[in-house]
Design a protein around this ligand. Structure first.
Ligand SMILES: [Zn+2]
Ligand SMILES: [Zn+2]
Length: 80
């Protein structure tokens, strides 16, 4: 069973996706309608529970990206 909250393989972004801060960054996971995705947040936003605003398309792409980080194969049928 894969742990979707495992962020060890997730790349940390260059800045906080909530406020744009450049330090104290960490990758956290978030639940969306499409599944679990990861995002880069600073300490403050993480504590405050800030969730970056993503478009539905972005959200879907991010969920797929994070699935790849944790090693889940969720590629749409037809790929590979
Ligand atoms: Zn922030
Ligand atoms: Zn990830």
């Amino acid at each position: 069973m894969v742990d979707l909250d495992d962020t060890r393989q997730c790349p940390v972004g260059p800045e906080c996706e909530g406020c744009g801060r450049l330090d104290e960054l960490a990758v956290v996971t978030g639940d969306t309608r499409d599944g679990v995705l990861c995002m880069t947040l600073c300490d403050t936003c993480e504590v405050a529970g800030v969730v970056p605003i993503l478009s539905p398309a972005e959200e879907t792409a991010r969920v797929l990206e994070h699935a790849a980080h944790v090693g889940v194969d969720v590629a749409p049928s037809g790929e590979e």
